[in-house]
Design a protein around this ligand. Structure first.
Ligand code: AMP
Length: 442
């Protein structure tokens, strides 16, 4: 199969070639022709499968052939759950659209940065807007953009978009849109995603690839090392030394841990940065950009970096803290071994997290050997019966938005949108203030 056989235009074929893509990935083979025919698509795909190009290429072709945006009109919209993913997709779009005879106007609209440049950027409309939901609604309320002529909508990482905190915003957004072509991408299909799909999709083409296939394909070597909690940073440094990885993405469970571990490894002379939701957007963007351009060797991140983020040739992912849910495990591990490369994912398992990891394995039908490294043999006694795995509670609850998840221990979510017993996120506080203001007014 070649890209030429997918009915892509000559300029896009040249752009694909310039990217060094020899042939389309399975999701591209399935999605590109369906999207070009104007069909709605409902797809799942394993991480690193080339999903972005699968929707960006046909979108650019459709938009290139149609009438350009005028006024404040937006023709196509890609909605994603994190700012980093929005910016990354913006980059992919820019790379491909440069090759087109008349490049399309693309705006990235995300929170955490000043609204004004985005408002200016949207003047005169846009062919394509890539956005996180909150800022998009803000700008729509300010009349900075018009969505009533929208031709094409992409909901990427729909399961996360539909989680607590985004579902209201999504409902408000959908209520503003006219009839249009819809593309829905989701790693998993919980009930709320299925309900959304049946509400918005019209006779969709279903493309199913098991996102967890990555775990069983052998492309990523998964290792599990048993270690005491207090020895994990030393083990991390030891692994870096022994394997000589050019880079590693290290996942931790809280913002505090990200800073703490980053500080410790930096003190040991390793170029490292932390990435989490407490940083300013400028600092988040810089941390990721430095990592992608290979200026930092280690990125110590919360799950803000788990979804969709593409760091080419990343040799290793380390679960310093285990993920809360088995779905997050797939996303984290999938940051390595992308686009046909190989990679290593190592999970540190402590006495306290042993039961939790066994459940993650069970969910993915994995059975991984436990390793003990000389000098790092654990001495902690398992407290399994005292601390049962939180996986059941977590996975039966809707996913929480990242700013809530980042500060949460593995605990059940409460229906009000926060995590029981934890401090409220900025977003929760803003929502509560808005509700109080509305109550005072009425
Ligand atoms: P994605 O799943 O969209 O995040 O893409 C993962 C990686 O695969 C990115 O680095 C893309 O540039 C790369 N990629 C996408 N499509 C292809 C292709 N057809 N051939 C080779 N690499 C690709």
């Amino acid at each position: 199969m070649t890209f030429a056989s997918l009915s892509l235009s000559a300029p896009l074929l040249r752009a694909v070639e310039a990217q060094g893509y020899a042939c389309p990935t399975p999701i591209q083979v399935a999605a590109i022709p369906a999207i070009l025919q104007g069909r709605d698509v409902w797809a799942s795909a394993k991480t690193g499968s080339g999903k972005t190009a699968a929707f960006v290429l046909p979108m650019l072709q459709i938009l290139g052939e149609g009438r350009r945006g005028v006024g404040q009109r937006v023709r196509a919209l890609i909605v994603v759950p994190t700012r980093e993913l929005a910016m990354q997709i913006g980059e992919v779009v820019r790379r491909f659209s440069r090759a087109m005879p008349a490049p399309l106007k693309t705006c990235v609209v995300v929170g955490g940065v000043s609204k004004n440049p985005q408002r200016m950027d949207l003047r005169g409309g846009a062919d394509l807007v890539i956005a996180t939901p909150g800022r998009l609604l803000d700008l729509a309320a300010d009349n900075a953009l018009r969505l009533d002529d929208l031709e094409l909508l992409v909901l990427d990482e729909a399961d996360q978009l539909l989680s607590l905190g985004f579902s209201d915003e999504l409902a408000r957004l959908l209520a503003m849109l006219p009839r249009r072509q819809n593309l829905l991408f989701s790693a998993t299909f919980p009930e709320d995603v299925c309900a959304l799909a049946s509400r918005i999709l019209d006779a969709p083409v279903r493309i199913e690839a098991d996102p967890a296939e990555t775990l069983r394909s052998g492309v990523i070597t998964q290792r599990v090392i048993e270690v005491d909690t207090a020895k994990r940073t030393r083990l991390l440094r030891h692994l870096l030394e022994v394997h000589g990885w050019s880079q590693a993405l290290v996942f931790v469970s809280s913002r505090h841990a990200a800073e703490h571990v980053a500080d410790k490894v930096k003190r040991a002379g390793i170029e490292a940065a932390a990435l989490h939701g407490d940083l300013s957007q400028g600092a988040r963007t810089k941390a990721l950009a430095d990592f992608k351009s290979k200026q930092t060797r280690l990125l110590i991140a919360t799950d803000v970096a788990a979804r969709g983020i593409d760091v080419p040739q990343l040799p290793a992912v380390i679960n310093y803290d285990l993920p809360r849910s088995s779905v997050d495990y797939v996303h984290r591990v999938g940051r390595t071994g992308r686009a046909g490369e190989s990679g290593t994912a190592i999970s540190f398992v402590t006495a306290d997290s042993a039961a939790h990891f066994r459940l993650i394995e069970k969910r993915h039908h994995l059975s991984l050997e436990r390793e003990r490294l000389p000098g790092f043999e654990p001495s902690e006694v398992s407290a399994e019966s005292a601390s049962p795995s939180p996986l059941d509670a977590v996975e039966n609850a809707p996913l929480a938005p990242l700013d809530v998840v980042e500060n949460a221990p593995p605990a059940p979510l409460d229906v009000a949108g926060g995590v029981k017993g934890r401090r409220k996120s900025k977003k929760d506080k803003l929502r509560e203030a808005a509700a109080r203001a509305a109550a005072v007014k009425s």
